[in-house]
Design a protein around this ligand. Structure first.
Ligand SMILES: Cc1cc2nc3c(=O)[nH]c(=O)nc-3n(C[C@H](O)[C@H](O)[C@H](O)COP(=O)(O)OP(=O)(O)OC[C@H]3O[C@@H](n4cnc5c(N)ncnc54)[C@H](O)[C@@H]3O)c2cc1C
Length: 275
């Protein structure tokens, strides 16, 4: 690798000669950039993990005023070894409003009680994985499948969350699981715990794409080596979430920053000696 060539928004070509090139476009774009640049590993873009997230709302008689706080400071980590991490979260009314499954007058009644809602989500440590490849216009096309183990974990997480809300005095829980718009108490929670749910019954979101240029010693099983260098290329490094070789089960930013620090040391070492 001898540098970077690019085009600016006006279409002008730019060429930068460099002895080391570090790609850090994130787990959805880095594999596409590398593929466009001639890297052909069969693992490029594969092994995508995302930490699938499901959230549930608790409706309380008292005002909660969740939007005035920073609820992400609250976590339940007792079940982390089972791949479940619960975190508080909240967003303004215009973001939350469209997420509720109620419509018409029921939606209006719920919105009028917005200050009485609490929201917690949980992420699971992925059992399944996905893939990113070039879609229309070269943009990332992401596919991902939840396994049965993932679905069982989602159901376990959402029933535990409902139990927590009711123990805290919630009047109702809105779990956003198909067929379970509202839970009124322990009996409904038990019904959800037994229901034959499938992946598409859950309202899943994700915020942590990782793993699409996974790190490993064996070039037959990974895209980059432990020194962050792309297997088979001199002077080409990856330093972002795509390097993380497995689902972390925790928010990944600090790990990604630590890896970037580590990558910088390897890049610096590779530049020692005659230019
Ligand atoms: C809503 C949300 C909330 C989150 N909350 C948390 C949290 O609380 N804690 C936590 O740890 N993590 C959180 N995350 C995850 C965290 O933000 C990501 O894991 C992290 O930012 C990924 O870092 P990265 O360096 O891999 O990629 P990114 O931070 O995505 O950086 C990649 C950069 O490359 C640029 N880029 C892409 N393609 C190109 C190209 N072709 N040419 C030039 N530049 C390009 C992008 O514009 C971007 O700036 C959250 C994510 C989201 C979406």
């Amino acid at each position: 690798v001898t540098g970077v060539s690019a085009r600016d928004p006006s279409g002008r070509s730019i060429a930068v000669r460099a002895r080391a090139v570090v790609v850090a476009c994130g787990a959805l774009h880095t594999p596409l950039l590398l593929a466009r640049s001639g890297v052909a590993s069969e693992h490029l873009g594969r092994h995508l993990t995302i930490h699938p997230v499901v959230a549930a709302w608790g409706l309380f008689d008292e005002r909660v005023d969740a939007r005035r706080a920073v609820p992400q400071g609250y976590v339940i980590d007792e079940h982390h070894d089972d791949g479940l991490l619960f975190q508080g979260a909240f967003a303004p009314l215009d973001v939350c409003g469209p997420l509720f499954t109620d419509v018409g007058p029921a939606w209006t009644r719920l919105i009028e009680r917005f200050d009485h809602l609490a929201c917690f989500g949980f992420m699971i440590e992925d059992d399944g994985e996905g893939r990113v490849r070039a879609g229309p216009g070269g943009r990332p096309l992401v596919t991902y499948s939840l396994t049965r183990a993932d679905v069982a974990r989602l159901r376990r997480g959402v029933t535990m969350l409902a139990e927590v809300y009711f123990a805290a005095g919630a009047r109702e829980v809105l779990p956003a699981v198909r067929g379970f718009d509202r839970l009124g108490g322990a009996r409904d929670v038990a019904r959800l715990g037994r229901a034959p749910v499938v992946a598409s019954d859950f309202d899943v979101t994700a915020y942590h794409p990782l793993g699409t240029c996974r790190m490993g010693r064996d070039p037959a099983r990974s895209v980059i080596g432990p020194d962050h260098r792309v297997h088979g290329f001199e002077g080409l490094f990856v330093a972002d979430g795509s390097a993380v070789p497995c689902s972390l089960g925790v928010n990944p930013q600090l790990t990604i920053m630590a890896l970037a620090d580590r990558a910088a040391e390897h890049v610096a070492r590779s530049l020692e000696g005659p230019s």
